[in-house]
Design a protein around this ligand. Structure first.
Ligand code: FAD
Length: 452
């Protein structure tokens, strides 16, 4: 008979925590989850899902224009931000309800409070002491705001989902995927979007061809992208905001949004005090099985800062529950994880960039295709697509696949299977094309463009 209240206590009801709790309960464990905000976590409440809904909304702008070349005509299209936000909120409420039902349906107790560790087996949950044999920390991350005069006049992605009205003009600071996605959203919905990045080029860590191509395409769509742009202060002038740059430049706008990074939400929850080791960036140090420096405490998802994506957090949670409660030990393979940027146009990537592969000393064959999508031959829209394969010359294994263009996230998901299986270029070539598609280029690229 256990002397603990629960076999497993999960702190954080987001992507990873909910999956771990349900799987552990399915293995027969008595499980509780503490959630201080809303069950569903970042992805459902203030991340992937609402951002993709807004991104869909932003695409209609071009769809209405493109439809004319296909013979369609309609009255002048107008857009209403409050309708979009209300409908988006309704969907998030629905998903929040589904997540709650998933927990109760799995016999997982939900405690809607903040949890803080008191010792390796005890937590304070909303003023009540709770004990557990095993503890799983799945607290996710939070937007990081820099120290800067006037930063209190800026918002993060959290607030961008709840603006009372569509800004006329918006400054987005950052060069990562969230910054790009919001630049596409605001620009597509009709705001003037300024994207400021202090580095050389946006999307650090992505393949250089993808970075340059994406930058060109988003500028063509109307985003005012400025690299080497360092913000020194933000001022409020009535309802408006004034952004001053290091080079003296000034941009006035309705909204300033920062998307310059996220940090693990590990502060003030007693981790260090009970002996859980944290890294310099405040992420929780874990081994391959998500175990922390304290044997019965594990951590998964964004708070461990491994690969900060929803499917990764979910898989880490599943592996943890199977390993600790299911008698089936396995850990997540963090190599070759496909990912997408829902920018306009979107991006899909899997595997190594050309730069990474070269840095590891491999001789490479690089295949590239760049073209105007068939849809835009009639619409006349000046949007191009890029596809790229990075191939190890010796083994002919496809090390990386990269795409910027319509449907890239959908295409890369399927291609990720082949890249994960270490398919060779000749196996790509032996695959019959599906015609007419953009994706067929991935199996019809014949001649390497660069050899080194
Ligand atoms: P979370 O989902 O963040 O859940 C952590 C939960 O813990 C939160 O609900 C929080 O309230 C709760 N919590 C924290 N501290 C405590 C405490 N002490 N007590 C109780 N509860 C606590 N990923 C993708 O794969 N694809 C995308 O397209 C994508 N888009 C994104 C867009 C945006 C704008 C953002 C911000 C993120 C996006 N992500 C995307 C990342 C994705 O949301 C995260 O990787 C994922 O949610 C991580 O899951 P998690 O379980 O680690 O944490």
């Amino acid at each position: 008979m256990s002397t603990f209240d629960y076999d497993l206590f999960v702190v954080g009801g987001g992507s990873g925590g909910v999956r771990a709790a349900r799987i552990a309960a399915g293995h027969g464990a008595k499980v509780a989850v503490a959630e201080e905000s809303r069950v569903g976590g970042t992805c459902v409440i203030r991340g992937c899902v609402p951002k993709k809904l807004l991104s869909y909304a932003a695409h209609f702008h071009e769809d209405f224009e493109d439809a004319r070349a296909y013979g369609w005509s309609s009255g002048e299209a107008t857009f209403d931000w409050p309708t979009l936000i209300a409908n988006k909120d309704k969907e998030i409420d629905r998903l929040n309800g589904i997540y709650k039902k998933l927990l109760s349906g799995s016999n997982v107790a939900l405690l809607e409070s903040r949890a803080v560790l008191l010792d390796p087996h005890t937590l304070d949950v909303g003023g009540k002491k709770v004990t557990a044999k095993e503890i799983l920390i799945a607290v996710g991350g939070w937007p990081e705001m820099p120290v800067l005069p006037g930063i209190e006049f800026a918002i993060s992605s959290n607030e961008a989902f709840h603006l009372p009205r569509l800004p006329k003009d918006v400054v987005i600071v950052g060069g990562g995927y969230i910054a790009l996605e919001f630049a596409g959203i605001f620009n597509g919905l009709g705001a003037r979007a300024h994207l400021l990045y202090r580095g050389e080029q946006i999307l650090r860590g992505f393949d250089n061809d993808v970075r340059n191509f994406a930058a060109t395409e988003i500028v063509k769509k109307g985003v005012n992208l400025r690299t080497h742009a360092d913000v020194v202060k933000i001022e409020a002038i009535g309802e408006r905001r004034r952004v001053t740059l290091k080079d003296g430049g000034i941009i006035d706008c309705d909204v300033v949004m920062y998307a310059t990074g996220r940090s693990p939400k590990t502060d003030g929850m007693g981790l260090r005090e009970v002996g859980v080791e944290l890294a310099k960036d405040a992420s929780i140090k874990v081994d391959a099985f998500s175990k922390t420096s304290i044997g019965n405490i594990h951590a998964i998802g964004d708070c461990t800062n491994r690969v900060n994506l929803t499917p990764v957090a979910i898989k880490e949670g599943h592996a943890y529950a199977d390993t600790v409660f299911g008698g089936k030990s396995w850990c997540v393979d963090h190599a070759t994880i496909a990912s997408a940027v829902f920018s306009h146009p979107p991006i899909g990537v899997v595997g190594r960039t050309e730069e990474e592969a070269r840095a590891s000393g491999l001789a490479l064959d690089i295949y590239k295709a760049e073209f105007k999508p068939l849809k835009h031959t009639l619409s006349g829209r000046d949007e191009r697509t890029l596809m790229k394969l990075v191939v190890d010359r010796e083994s002919q294994v496809v090390l990386g696949a990269h795409m910027v263009g319509m449907d890239a996230p959908e295409i890369i998901q399927a291609l990720a299977i082949a890249v994960k299986m270490r398919a060779t270029k000749s196996q790509f070539d032996a695959t019959m094309a599906v015609h007419p598609t953009a994706a067929e280029e991935f199996v019809t690229m014949r001649t390497p463009v660069a050899a080194a």
